[in-house]
Design a protein around this ligand. Structure first.
Ligand SMILES: C[S@@+](CC[C@H](N)C(=O)[O-])C[C@H]1O[C@@H](n2cnc3c(N)ncnc32)[C@H](O)[C@@H]1O
Length: 403
């Protein structure tokens, strides 16, 4: 196998340089801001570039026989249901491109319009002295449902549990009440500081360890997808593109059904819940909190035959999967960017699963894992490319493997 020398991002940069069709970027911050890389290309060219990158990355991993790549795209602007911004003084912004320097921003056309408006309102309220950020606020995160009916606010402080300002909970309440008067969609908020990670946690989970020190309002919002209501706790993972969530569920489900399905890296259960309508038994595995608690609540409402396990995928596969009553008909995998890695692929293939649906947000680790799955006897039968992150170089794939 030829080693991969270039990252998918650098391959994509080379491909976009070769595309001659250009459009005027919509955002005044484009070029300076680290968030978007592709606003100068029309969406079909962005998709073409992502398709070429995917093929290239798979080829470099030694996978040359590919099914036809089926592309899926939706509205390329205002799609993000979650934005995470930096706070500096009264201002809100992102990081400058290729730098950690702060860039104050006044617009973000990939964000849900309501979330951007709320961020700007909060900034203006603080600027005017009507309220203030809790001392040491470094990050603001806003999360809404697809229809922008409810919003959760998270503030993160650059402090520890021991150094946090005693007025911080009161400042949070004042900020939320003032903001809610302008935007009644605000349903809840939380204030957190970085917590010490535990040695047993994976890198992805360690990054997100937060200790919540104050709360306001409710802790969840209801996120309807295809007529199913998901109750999502403020900081739990949820797919970020509000226009493509339903398409993702449809692609993962297809016309699948059977006796046993495993949903690994299950989050709050976006795929697990509809799988319970098609399979006699669903076992869903998630390690991160608060997603694991949301998952357990969602699955317990689906019937006693279905279960949520709070575990890493690898631990589950190595310690519990051998005790399964039957071979899984289906395994759904949706890992973070780090992908699976060899130990997980090996443990997975020992389950004998007949079909694997692998949802990936990183072409490089997907290509590595796809090669390992093929070497362990699976065939890549279907490949979808979703434009989940328009205007950026990020790719999302859904791949089906069978044996
Ligand atoms: C990309 S998200 C997918 C979630 C879910 N499938 C969805 O669509 O909402 C990945 C999830 O895997 C969880 N996770 C990260 N590392 C894990 C591990 N080693 N074992 C199990 N879950 C893990 C994260 O907390 C996160 O909820």
């Amino acid at each position: 196998m030829k080693p991969t020398h270039s990252s998918p991002e650098s391959i994509l940069a080379t491909i976009t340089d070769a595309i001659t069709e250009r459009v005027e970027p919509l955002c005044r911050h484009f070029g300076e801001c680290g968030g978007c890389q592709l606003q100068h290309l029309p969406q079909p060219s962005q998709l073409a570039a992502k398709r070429a990158t995917l093929i290239d990355v798979l080829r470099r991993a030694g996978i040359t026989t590919l099914p036809e790549i089926q592309a899926h795209a939706a509205e390329p602007w205002h799609y993000r249901n979650r934005i995470r911004m930096r706070v500096q003084g009264p201002d809100i912004g992102y990081s400058r491109r290729a730098s950690n320097d702060f860039l104050p921003i006044a617009e973000c056309p990939i964000a849900s319009p309501l979330l951007l408006q709320m961020a700007m309102t909060a900034r203006d309220l603080v600027r005017s002295g009507a309220t203030r950020w809790p001392a040491e606020t470094s990050t603001i995160e806003l999360f809404c449902d697809a229809n922008q009916t409810s919003v959760q606010l998270s503030l993160q402080l650059d402090a520890t549990v021991n150094t946090v300002d005693r007025d911080a909970p009161r400042d949070l309440r004042s900020l939320c009440e003032t903001l809610q008067a302008e935007h009644p969609q605000l349903v809840g908020a939380g204030l957190s500081v970085a917590g010490a990670p535990q040695a047993s946690q994976t890198r992805r989970v360690q990054e997100s360890v937060r200790v919540e020190i104050a709360r306001w309002g409710s802790q969840q919002l209801t996120y309807p997808v295809d007529g199913r209501d998901y109750n999502i706790t403020r900081n739990a993972f949820f797919q970020v593109n509000r226009f493509l969530t339903s398409a993702m569920v449809e692609l993962v489900l297809g016309d699948r059904g059977g006796t046993l399905a495993l949903d690994l890296f299950a989050g709050a259960g976006l795929f697990s819940v509809p799988l319970t309508e098609r399979f006699d038994q669903v076992i869903a595995v998630e390690i991160g909190e608060p997603a694991a608690t949301d998952l357990a609540a969602h699955l317990s409402a689906c019937g006693p035959q279905h279960s949520a396990r709070r575990s890493t995928t690898l631990d589950f596969l190595q310690k519990q999967a051998s005790r399964l009553a039957q071979t899984p008909d289906l395994v759904v995998l949706d890992p973070p960017r780090a992908g699976l890695g060899a130990p997980t692929v090996n443990a997975l293939s020992r389950t004998g699963a007949r079909e694997i649906v692998y949802v990936s947000c990183d072409a490089g680790t997907f290509a590595r894992d796809a090669r390992s799955l093929i070497e362990s006897g699976y065939t890549l039968t279907t490949l979808h490319l979703l434009d989940l992150f328009p205007q950026t170089f990020h790719t999302e794939t859904i791949a089906v493997f069978r044996r």
